[in-house]
Design a protein around this ligand. Structure first.
Ligand code: MN
Length: 202
């Protein structure tokens, strides 16, 4: 069964000025759609045709790089759209306590996430993740994902140039500040933490 491009959980101008409707028209409407289309083409008529996206990511890792890239990027982008909100939402008391424990404060967490995003060489993703009750910032390169990693991903930020070039040109710090200071969906992160297992693409 072919996967559909998920619906965005907000209007296409909801993330402005951090992420414009114009960027979403390409990043969601073209890039994410292309990953979905290529994954669907790759699984059509195979043993993966009726599998979940998460199962496809795990099965393709290390054995089918082309399928892995498109399935992981399909998953990562779905997770990323949910990781942002029109205005920053509040963390649960449990998430707030774990952020304080791991990073000292919410403000310090944001500074560390920005620094890791800025320092990430070339294309990839920076994540807030949980493992064994502890939070950490993780990075994955290119299309790699935490979907099948043993971490429970809580939030992600896309640091591929296509995520910010139309709005911020080469200024990755401006994009990171605009998203991380104003648009992170801590309600989504809190749901992920409370569930205790990795989010499922839908
Ligand atoms: Mn992207």
């Amino acid at each position: 069964m072919a996967f559909a491009l998920m619906s965005l959980p907000y209007a296409d101008d909801a993330l402005e000025p951090a992420v414009s409707a114009n960027t979403l028209s390409f990043h969601y409407g073209k890039h994410h759609q292309a990953y979905i289309d290529k994954m669907n083409a790759a699984i059509d008529g195979t043993d993966h045709a009726d599998a979940s996206m998460e199962a496809i990511v795990a099965a393709a890792r290390g054995s089918n790089q082309g399928l892995f890239n498109n399935a992981a990027q399909s998953w990562n982008h779905g997770f990323y759209w949910h990781s942002m909100a029109a205005s920053e939402t509040a963390p649960s008391s449990d998430l707030a306590a774990k952020i304080d424990e791991a990073f000292g404060s919410m403000a310090e967490f944001k500074e560390q996430l920005k620094a890791r995003g800025l320092g990430h060489f070339a294309s990839g993703w920076v994540w807030l993740a949980e493992k064994d009750g502890k939070l950490s910032i993780e990075e994955t390169h290119d299309g790699d994902t935490l979907a099948d990693s043993g971490f429970n991903p809580l939030l992600t930020v896309d640091v591929w140039e296509h995520a910010y070039y139309l709005d911020h040109q080469n200024a990755r710090p401006a994009y990171l500040a605009a998203v991380i200071d104003h648009k992170l969906n801590f309600a989504f992160a809190s749901e992920n933490l409370a569930r205790g297992t990795a989010w499922v693409y839908a």
